[in-house]
Design a binder for this molecule. Sequence first.
Ligand code: C5P
Length: 233
Amino acid sequence: MAKDVIIALDFPTGEETLRFLDRFPAGEKPFVKIGMELFYAEGPDMVRKIKDRGHKIFLDLKLHDIPNTVKRAMSVLSRLDVDMVNLHAAGASEMMRGALEGLTRPDGSRPLLIAVTQLTSTDQTALKGELLIDTPMAETVLSYANNAAQSGLDGVVCSPLEAALVKERCGAAFLTVTPGIRFADSAVGDQKRIMTPEKAGRSGCDYIVVGRPITQDPDPVAAYRRAVKDFLG
Ligand code: C5P
């Protein structure tokens, strides 16, 4: 299985994004994540531009709608030739199966499809008080992950602290994509449950998503290489 470091391209404009990518030498093409901010600002053209430069792309748009709408939207996204996309497991199994169907290209290939379980910004208080879910958070996350696995999805986005439990419940081949990564000496920012790339590498994480510790570093190329070296060992 291809373990890798994914850089979160959390920039507001295409110009800033491309300037950041230009700092890497021609032969070095990190796996990158394009989220809602950049996609809504610049549209599919930015995805094509970054793909044309030779990067693998995780398109992090977290789809959540009725099964038919998600299926049709995924079909459009599959034509962008991205490598990984995601949706909310809260959309339930029929939606997840529809997404897989829509994502599968005529030749049978498709990007990896990853589910978001519970957003890390949702805490137990909101779960119980607003969403009226009485089950403890960890159980909810594992149950959503299990639904995703049963629906044929490839993995989940989860905290690095949950990766081993997800593997235990859903099988070793079920992918874990984990944000909340910080070097031992980097600023924590708003992330609450964090892990170093090195520890994540030993904790069952398949892909780590690293944003600010790389993008805000004065030498992002060195920071990226450090993350890769620490994570892959
Ligand atoms: O800058 P930082 O390393 O915290 O960036 C992490 C990236 O992962 C951001 O793009 C953030 O939106 C995303 N993410 C996250 N936590 C989640 C899901 C996604 O930090 N639960």
